[in-house]
Design a protein around this ligand. Structure first.
Ligand code: R5P
Length: 289
């Protein structure tokens, strides 16, 4: 209880200075509420404005694909080197140590797998995201897919409504249908649609002309790594993306399917946060164990 007999008058009002009003470092996020900004600042490093998200949600559509058969053995050792973890709630609860102290971007939609037809998804209850203390919810949107576009855009829209209620940002994940051209026009359109529907972050793919994709998307973009590439090529991909304005990567297979995943995630992080050239990052990869 306050000591009522010792209430000292304030002395230092700093009258010569105005109150410091910090801007917010992240693109398109200045008008968000405090909780949203707090969560986004856990995902994106406020000093670099970028993030290395480690994606290991693949099992929710692919099952135990190479590199995620035993998440306790292959992924958990990588956690210290990631800025943010992207996984499903099942893996989060069963395998990710709660003592990791890393922000989580939870895969928050699911429905169909590679064995049927992808993208017929529903979203998780936001209360579960709150319970799990996640820093963002990731929801896939299949722009241009006649069967699932409307439902997945509605999923994103509903997730944004739910996220707004609890201060949880939503990451729109652009799925690329078989018939879609993987070019800047398509990724620009899909990313913009995610942002227009309220996504606070967009995950898409790097392509030629990526600076245009970034320029017309009003919120931060991170790129997925995609299929496993030789390490130097994956580092080049990350480098080109951030140099074109991406706010980081959400990378999975090019890390956990690497011959040296711990070295790879550190090399990717140096590219993302320190602008290390792909050549130097590859040297770093080779030098690390
Ligand atoms: C795919 O189902 C997931 O959304 C992945 O998280 C995403 O594609 C990033 O992983 P990768 O770098 O392996 O493409």
């Amino acid at each position: 209880m306050a000591d009522l007999d010792d209430i000292r008058d304030g002395k230092d009002y700093g009258l010569s200075e105005g109150q410091k009003n910090e801007g917010f470092f992240l693109k398109g996020s200045a008008n968000l509420d405090w909780g949203m900004k707090d969560r986004l600042s856990r995902i994106f490093n406020p000093e670099t404005g970028r993030s290395v998200m480690l994606a290991f949600d693949h099992g929710f559509i692919m099952g135990p694909t190479s590199g995620v058969e035993r998440i306790d053995l292959s992924i958990v050792p990588l956690i210290p080197y990631a800025d943010c973890l992207m996984c499903t709630r099942g893996v989060l609860r069963s395998l990710v140590p709660p003592t990791s102290r890393k922000p989580v971007c939870m895969r928050s939609d699911a429905g169909t797998s590679i064995l049927t037809e992808l993208n017929h998804n529903v979203i998780v209850d936001v209360q579960d995201a709150v319970k799990l203390n996640v820093s963002a919810m990731a929801v896939m949107v299949a722009i241009g897919d006649p069967c699932t576009e409307a439902t997945t855009v509605a999923n994103l829209y509903n997730a944004v409504d739910a996220g707004q209620s609890f201060g949880i940002p939503v990451m729109g994940v652009t799925a690329v249908g078989k018939d879609m051209a993987r070019d800047a026009r398509y990724f620009g359109l899909a990313s913009r649609i995610c942002a227009e529907n309220g996504a606070n972050i967009v995950k898409t793919y790097y392509t030629e002309g990526f600076e245009k994709v970034v320029a017309c998307c009003p919120v931060p973009i991170v790129i997925a790594g995609g299929k496993k590439l030789p390490e130097l090529e994956a580092l080049e991909l990350a480098y080109k993306a951030v140099q074109s304005g991406a706010s980081g990567v959400d990378m999975g297979r090019n890390v956990f399917q690497s011959s040296k995943p711990t070295a790879m995630i550190q090399a990717v992080s140096a590219v993302v946060h320190k602008n290390l050239s792909p050549k130097d990052a590859f040297q770093m990869f080779n030098d690390l164990k």
